[in-house]
Ligand binder design. Structure first.
Ligand SMILES: [Zn+2]
Length: 172
């Protein structure tokens, strides 16, 4: 018997899940979409977009920003889709979804950013790069950044959306 932790109730939910679980074989994801979004607990794409198991790979980070790590993951996913999973023509669409009320919005304030850098050891420029206070603007910038990246195959299409925390709507 292990000591109960905060994971205990979630492991109980997993037990329920596993009872009726059917494994999804390795293959192309059903939706042919890769979602990039914020790690915020109010922005879970499985719930917001009704994703089911096997539908879509999801990449999440603070803000849902296009970073070097994200570009590397997408480049690998494109390679995998083409080489191993036998996709032809258009490989997949990357849907970049930023959201309103993002916790990274505080980083727009230089004083807050300085404090955060000092407290965490994360370079200020890196904190600035994950800031989303105007999701329309940042999503547009990140779509353009992906389209301009030489590492992203031309067979990958890119689209951008803003998820409104208040209405629950995802808007192009
Ligand atoms: Zn966020």
């Amino acid at each position: 018997m292990t000591e109960p932790t905060r994971m205990t109730p979630l492991l109980e939910r997993n037990e329920q899940f596993a009872r009726t679980y059917t494994p999804v074989p390795l293959g192309l994801p059903n939706a042919q979409v890769v979602v990039l979004t914020c790690l915020d607990h109010r922005v879970d794409p499985a719930i917001v977009l009704g994703l089911r198991l096997g539908d879509a790979p999801v990449i999440r980070n603070a803000g849902g920003r296009v970073t070097e790590a994200v570009i590397n993951d997408l480049a690998y996913l494109a390679f995998l889709a083409e080489r191993v999973l036998g996709a032809d023509g258009q490989l997949f669409e990357v849907a970049v979804i930023h959201h309103t009320q993002c916790g990274t919005g505080f980083l727009a304030d230089p004083a807050f950013r300085r404090d955060a850098a000092a407290a965490t050891g994360v370079p200020e420029a890196m904190l600035e790069a994950c800031e989303v206070s105007d999701p329309q603007a940042t999503v547009k910038a990140d779509v353009e950044k992906l389209l301009a990246s030489p590492l992203i195959s031309p067979k990958v299409s890119v689209s951008g959306y803003v998820y409104d925390i208040e209405s629950g709507r995802v808007v192009p």
